[in-house]
Design a protein around this ligand. Structure first.
Ligand SMILES: [Zn+2]
Length: 288
């Protein structure tokens, strides 16, 4: 890449990042997003101990609330559903027998909650992060080759519902069962995590927050995909909005995002489908 092309790439990254920031803010201002925030705000944050109790009695629980609370949200508990028992703190004020002063003591009583799947009624707010559909085999090959050159192992395996991939420091897992366009987007996202959020020994940078890391990695993936003509704007902008990212956060991370995107684009552009012998078909890299 000569200096004119490099300058052009930097300019193009800047313009596209501005477009992404605008799209994220539009998502955050949407009626659907506001409804989702309003819905989430109604749920109580449970203590660690209660989360454990919920996990033991119903490992697949996603959103829990009491009977009356569900009713307020326009949903009722389905007949025959068994409650999840948690401990609710009850502060009681009483007089100290020795000092005569009034003091507050906390007792615990059992409370019953139900998971969302045990209820029916009013539709839940929908803010879907759509999967990227279609074929991007060439981009996926290129990114697999970049990973191999960076000494990062890429493994394809079944991951849980809603999990598309993860970065473990020197190893990336990509979920099977999705189109190569989605897998390429995920691989670009995980490569960004490996590059900007992990140290040489694979540890996550302690000076970053999860919100920041997800916004940055998704922005890098968006820039890489757009460069190779894969449209992921709706998914990327909604994903970043859900992780509490916005134009301001993307602006603050501008130099990290553009440096990582530029490097990944340049590295991927150098690769041809057969440039790394061990990678021949999408999904064949270290299938696990
Ligand atoms: Zn991520």
């Amino acid at each position: 890449m000569n200096s004119t092309q490099a300058a052009e790439l930097t300019r193009s990254i800047q313009t596209k990042l501005e477009q992404l920031a605008k799209a994220v803010d539009e998502q955050r201002a949407s009626k659907e997003f506001k409804e989702l925030l309003d819905f989430q705000a109604r749920f109580h944050r449970y203590s660690w101990g209660n989360c454990l109790l919920i996990a033991i009695s119903r490992p697949d629980a996603t959103r829990v609330a009491g009977f009356a609370q569900w009713k307020k949200m326009g949903r009722t508990v389905k007949p025959g559903e068994k409650a999840i028992r948690i401990l609710a703190p009850c502060p009681v004020r009483r007089e100290n027998e020795k000092t005569g002063e009034e003091e507050e003591r906390v007792f615990f009583k059992t409370a019953c909650v139900f998971d969302i799947s045990q209820t029916s009624g009013k539709d839940l707010p929908c803010f879907e992060v759509p999967e990227v559909l279609g074929h991007a085999d060439d981009l996926l090959h290129k990114l697999e080759a970049v990973a191999a050159r960076r000494g990062i192992q890429v493994a394809y395996r079944q991951l849980g519902d809603g999990h598309y991939g993860n970065s473990q420091g020197g190893r990336i897992e990509i979920a099977l069962g999705h189109d190569t366009a989605q897998q390429a987007k995920t691989l670009a996202h995980e490569l960004a995590h490996e590059r900007i959020h992990r140290s040489a020994d694979g540890q996550v940078d302690p000076h970053t927050t999860r919100e920041m890391r997800e916004s940055e990695a998704e922005a890098v993936a968006y820039l890489v995909c757009r460069h190779f003509e894969l449209d992921v704007e709706l998914r990327a902008s909604r994903y970043i909005a859900l992780w509490d990212g916005d134009a301001k956060i993307l602006g603050a991370s501008l130099s990290r995002i553009s440096a990582a995107a530029r490097e990944l684009i340049e590295d991927a552009a150098k690769e041809t489908p057969n440039s790394v012998a061990s990678v021949s078909t999408p999904g064949s890299a270290a299938a696990a």
